[in-house]
Design a binder for this molecule. Sequence first.
Ligand code: AMP
Ligand code: ZN
Length: 449
Amino acid sequence: MKLYNTATKKLETFKPISNEVVKIYTCGPTVYSSPHIGNFASYIYWDLLIRTLIANGYKVNRVMNMTDVGHLTSDGDDGEDKLEKGARKENKTVWEVADFYINEFMDSFHALNLLEPEKICRATDYVKEDMAAVDAMIKNGFTYETADGIYFDTAKFADYAKFANLDLENLKAGARVEFSNEKRNPSDFAVWKFIQPGEKHAMRWDYLGRPGYPGWHLECSTIINAELGEPIDIHTGGIDHIPVHHTNEIAQTYAISGKALANYWLHCNFINIDGQRIAKSTGNIYTLADLAERGFSPLDYKLWVLQGHFQGDRNFTFEGLDAAKNRRLNWKNRIAMELQHPQKTDGKISEKLLEALNNNLNSAEAFAIIDNTTEISLDDWRNIDSLFGLKLIEETPDISDEYKALIKDREAARAAKDWQKSDDIRHELELKGITIKDTPDGSIWQYLK
Ligand code: AMP
Ligand code: ZN
């Protein structure tokens, strides 16, 4: 299995640390609002990664976090905590906001038929571990204190710029000095934030003699240490995480344990909508609920995402989504055909599909193989479902005996040239979502949607 590794900037053959289980970590959502379809693209790509590992015979132990504290609106060390802002906007407590959006996120996760990680961890359940981690970083000499919190001194980690090829000199030149001029280097970041007297921050913990809360990047280092043990095999996230969030996770873990965090790093590219970045200001923030309102199932969107590559430039349009929906319907109707006229095949397609996926998760090529192979047995379709989680079989049940009897009645009516009755039965079936095709081999039913 070959994967593109951001850490080495190369396509590499995957070699797990242990042959028993592959340890994987996925940076999860910040739970303060409904994710847009771009956010879900990342989890769809990682679902394909997990399913491909399983198809290769690996056991997987994956952990994903839920960020419910410390992620500031700037993505850096200034601005408001996103959870606090969400709570103010919705007139709820931060805990209510987190609970609501965690539930909503998991509902969407299931609607997309994404395999659940073995463990899902809330950042706020690991604050004790965060404090121990900060203790270790202080003790190992990687931090300094400002009025604002405990900062990581990135100059102390010689490899800081390596992961993301950062140009630290340039960063220095462009640094905004007005913010926290106590910062020694522009790339330094808070591992712990102090809550100032009078500052509103409902989530607070006493540490170092005053109230505060963990910095956003810390939870991932801490949760990986507590639940998986570093180094792990694979760490995943969006490309936005490379220069800051993941670079900082790597630095923290090195400062805490002296170890590398992960052997393989996979990053997905952002999807655009109608050629534009997804942004509030553009007004193109679509959620899965928005797609449902327009008649698209979450699995139509999942198929659209899997038609492309996790590193590719992706441009979402509703025409494209419509084409993906039709492709899924077409595949379901090929299954319907199999139910009526099973074919014998030699099962070769499964090998070819796995070969495509083992080449850096090339699902687009796998889909082309499906389209170009005329003989696909039900067993093959079952395998396709376990590789992509598109619920093709589940959503293509055999029709009832009652409908089958109606089709027989219609065939009899046609034989008797009773066109009116034949049309009436066709119409009746169409109301049930089934269409009839008349072929030389007799009438064949298909699903309308
Ligand atoms: P967040 O909840 O903001 O931390 O985002 C959750 C995940 O979605 C992160 O891994 C981001 O990198 C990813 N993400 C955000 N925007 C997009 C996008 N337009 N396309 C693909 N992934 C995205
Ligand atoms: Zn993370």
